[in-house]
Ligand binder design. Structure first.
Ligand SMILES: Nc1ncnc2c1ncn2[C@@H]1O[C@H](COP(=O)(O)OP(=O)(O)O)[C@@H](O)[C@H]1O
Ligand SMILES: [Mg+2]
Length: 353
């Protein structure tokens, strides 16, 4: 639904060049909620502004719903109208709501429809329908100043939906809200995603947001996407920083003569007694150092940090057993980062060579 390829943005700032985006390839599938996470200055806002062409990319392309927006933007003034139309089908939600204080809630929602030239009656019908959708049917005549932060953001979302967009872009939409309001706004975005089949690309610096509603995620650092994939794929990627952040599990080894392994359960494997099978099959005592169950991207996932007696070399086979059961198993080394464990090749293959 949204594809960027080689997207690069270089700002000229006081005679210096700042590379905010450095060859970003992003692919957001239709109907998914996609989270982009990264620290301040990573280039997240630049990415969103380049996707709706509010900012002209220095190079690279942006395709939304099959339309190459960069090509439109490159064709000069005559393409302006086409670009405006394409942009009106991309909803945008902002951190600071950007509502007009002098207009009522309804008039704020009607604003984009006015710009699109929709007639008065159709405008107000649409605005009221959208306010109903975001749970603010009774606030149509109120002014933004009379609303709470969460209500203001609901107005912002209703306004973003005015042009019947296929895509909603959100730049830190919940960063100015308290945790409870954040949850309700995220739930609203999830509902809209499901009810309207809306594709949502949201930018955040909070891992919790990704955990609560995203199907897929990307991690940005210094203008680059350093990791991306569905939440399931990320959790199954050994050494994934996002997976570790999404789902941390703690616990330290009891001594040097043992092997610590992080085990991630998802899908079928979550329901099977794998750890007790492991213990019985290899006749080893397993200590559980830490464990957690959580819902990530709408799916139940479990993580467990276990300790096996003996050094890594002595545990290659039990760890291979875990992997054969469809679990992800990573050995935790002293200096932190986990190393992936390869399942030993089956014996038959060795013979065949
Ligand atoms: N209009 C601009 N002019 C010059 N530099 C900018 C401009 N907008 C952003 N930058 C710089 O680009 C980098 C990425 O910024 P931004 O996309 O806002 O990151 P994020 O949203 O992840 O915090 C930063 O170094 C920022 O200072
Ligand atoms: Mg930003």
């Amino acid at each position: 639904m949204i594809t960027t390829s080689g997207l690069t943005k270089v700002y000229q700032s006081r005679g210096r060049e700042v590379t905010a985006l450095d060859g970003v390839d992003l692919h957001v599938r239709e109907g998914e909620v996609y989270g982009v996470i990264g620290q301040s200055g990573a280039g997240k806002s630049s990415l969103i502004r380049c996707i709706n062409l509010l900012e002209r990319p220095t190079s690279g392309t942006v395709t939304v719903a099959g339309q190459d927006l960069t090509a439109l933007a490159g064709r000069g003034r005559r393409a302006g109208k086409e670009l405006r139309e394409a942009r009106s089908r991309i909803g945008m939600v902002f951190q600071h709501f950007n509502l007009l204080a002098s207009r009522t809630v309804q008039d704020n929602v009607e604003l984009p429809l006015e710009i699109l030239g929709v007639s008065g009656r159709d405008r107000s019908r649409k605005a009221l329908e959208l306010l109903g959708l975001v749970g603010l049917a009774d606030k149509a005549k109120a002014y933004p100043g009379q609303l709470s932060g969460g209500q203001k953001q609901r107005v912002g979302i209703a306004r973003a939906l005015a042009g019947d967009p296929k895509v909603l872009l959100s730049d830190e939409a919940t960063s100015a809200l308290d945790p409870e309001t954040t949850r309700s706004i995220l739930q609203l975005l999830r509902d809209l995603n499901q009810q309207l089949g809306l594709t949502v690309l949201l930018i955040t610096h909070e891992m919790d947001v990704v955990k609560t509603i995203c199907d897929s995620a990307a991690l940005m650092q210094k203008g680059r996407v350093v990791e991306s994939g569905t939440v399931g794929e990320l959790l199954a990627t050994p050494g994934s920083e996002l997976a570790h952040e999404l789902f941390p599990v703690g616990g330290t080894a009891s001594g040097p003569e043992c092997t610590v392994v992080d085990v991630t359960f998802h899908g079928d494997a979550a329901g099977r007694p794998v750890i007790s099978q492991l213990s019985r099959t290899y006749n080893i005592d397993i200590s559980i150092l830490g464990a957690a169950m959580d819902t990530v991207g709408g799916k139940q996932i479990g993580r467990m940090r276990i300790e096996l007696p003996g050094r890594f070399e002595e545990n290659v086979v039990p760890i291979g057993f875990l992997r054969e059961q469809g679990l992800q198993a990573e050995v935790v080394t002293d200096d932190g980062p986990a190393i992936p464990v390869q399942t030993p090749a089956p014996l038959t293959k060795e013979v065949a060579k």
